[in-house]
Design a protein around this ligand. Structure first.
Ligand code: ZN
Length: 477
């Protein structure tokens, strides 16, 4: 440090200035989950450590069966252990996946005529083999692997528990602070995160209400990118709401502030989740100096900006400082990586709506008893998701469908004409997708009814199943 402090701003938890305490690079979406959204001016090192202990560790433990099988990071947790089950001769045995191999908790063997087949952790194999050699001196001892594709992993995330909610509350709070939001209940949230008081923030599981959302959610894995992480922040009247979607599967609203008086906000962050091998960005080392300006041009940073940033880096760097070449290299890698992961929320919605809109036929409105019959015939004809949709949408009322469609499309006032005009996506209504008639504003009404809702449970299990199939198809060799 050269007497100028560590940077601008202050830590949101202890409120100390970064002139006094050292900021820490905070992953707003956890690194372990493949999160790319980082921020180095919201938390100090001490508080980052504190929250990691109190919140992150337990939250990540819940997601281990997912991210642990997805090889999301080069520097992944070496001590990863995921519990699963495997059938040995019709007997269900507890097994462990350590990120590379699957083995039973206790060494296991089968006796054949001439050989012994052994299943165990490689670390204990040597000793176990010796023991078997004594016991079966005339048989050949063979080490066998358990194929991961035949292992059952239980992804059983209880969304009602404190560990899950605190992790999301932290993410939502950080995303709000990252967007310079002033929360009226800021102190309370901090105390919840530090576990000084009980959490009474409202959480609402998302379920799709309108026809378009339902069609998108059912076919989400057909649209690139899948899976993704997404954070949205918006306000409705005095409510400040963060919508979090992890792995395109865990979809939650967190009502962060019930008394928000700040400016209107509607922001969205969305990123792809990539495999380990998709991480590397290759830059030709030898030709770097020759083509240096081309690299910076490609990532959109002017050379004088590079100069300024390097000077700032030199000023604040204390030890293990990179030299010019290493630093530039790192910058290019980071910027390139951001690009690789970045996804535009609203472009995605447009594509998603484009994907499903053909599955909906527009037709003249007839408000009579035949409507629902007509609706079924016209809406749900000739496509692959008919069955699934029919199960879920039996009860859908026509007027709701029109309202939902109108979130995405401007519908001609004269609805007897069979035409609709594609309209710029009305993002302000997106994910605030239920009209509350009494109060006359868009409001996420999903909450109250769904604590006991069986539809909500079925919906979540359906999403988990899609994710599980995706992991099996893409990450198993
Ligand atoms: Zn702090």
């Amino acid at each position: 440090m050269k007497g100028k402090g560590f940077g601008v701003g202050k830590c949101f938890l202890c409120m100390k200035d970064f002139n006094v305490v050292k900021p820490h690079v905070e992953h707003i979406i956890h690194n372990a989950l493949g999160g790319q959204l980082k921020c180095n001016h919201i938390l100090c090192e001490d508080c980052g450590g504190k929250l990691n202990e109190k919140v992150d560790k337990k939250f990540l433990e819940l997601f281990k069966p997912i991210y642990g099988r997805m090889n999301l990071r080069k520097d992944r947790d070496k001590n990863i252990k995921i519990k699963g089950q495997y059938y040995f001769n019709n007997k269900l045995v507890d097994v462990i996946f350590d990120g590379k191999n699957v083995y039973p908790k206790k060494p296991y063997y089968f006796e054949n005529i001439n050989e012994i087949l052994v299943f165990c952790n490689k670390k204990v194999y040597k000793n176990f083999k010796k023991k078997l050699e004594k016991e079966f001196p005339f048989k050949k001892i063979i080490y066998k692997k358990i194929p991961i594709s035949e292992v059952e992993f239980e992804v059983d995330i209880n969304r009602e528990i404190e560990e899950y909610k605190l992790g999301l509350l932290k993410m939502a709070t950080e995303f709000a602070i990252f967007n310079n939001i002033k929360l009226s209940n800021f102190r309370k949230i901090n105390n919840i995160l530090l576990k000084k008081i009980k959490n009474d923030i409202e959480f609402v599981h998302f379920i799709p209400f309108g026809i378009i959302d339902k069609l998108i959610e059912i076919q989400k894995n057909d649209l690139s990118p899948y899976p993704f992480h997404k954070l949205m922040i918006f306000n409705i009247n005095k409510k400040l709401i963060v919508y979090i979607e992890l792995f395109s599967t865990f979809q939650e609203f967190i009502i962060l502030d019930n008394n928000y008086t700040g400016e209107n906000i509607y922001k969205c962050y969305m990123q792809k989740i990539l495999k380990e091998e998709d991480y590397e960005i290759s830059i030709d080392n030898r030709r770097y100096y020759k083509e240096r300006n081309l690299y910076f041009e490609a990532i959109g940073i002017p050379l004088d900006e590079v100069e300024k940033r390097f000077e700032a880096y030199q000023e604040y760097c204390e030890n293990n400082c990179l030299d010019r070449f290493q630093w530039e290299w790192k910058l290019i890698q980071e910027e390139n990586r951001k690009r690789k992961y970045s996804t535009d929320c609203f472009d995605y919605i447009k594509r998603a709506v484009g994907m499903v809109i053909n599955q909906i036929n527009f037709f003249p409105i007839v408000y009579n008893n035949t409507t629902s019959k007509y609706l079924n015939e016209r809406f749900f004809s000739n496509n692959c998701v008919v069955k699934e949709i029919k199960k879920i949408y039996k009860e859908e009322k026509f007027i709701e469908i029109i309202k939902n469609v109108s979130i995405f499309y401007h519908i001609n006032q004269n609805l007897y004409q069979e035409e609709f005009i594609p309209f710029n996506f009305r993002k302000i209504f997106y994910r605030i997708n239920k009209v509350n008639k009494e109060k006359k504003y868009y409001y996420i009404k999903t909450g109250r009814l769904n604590k006991i809702s069986s539809f909500q449970k079925r919906y979540f299990n359906f999403k988990l199943e899609i994710l599980e199939n995706y992991i099996r198809a893409n990450y198993y060799e």
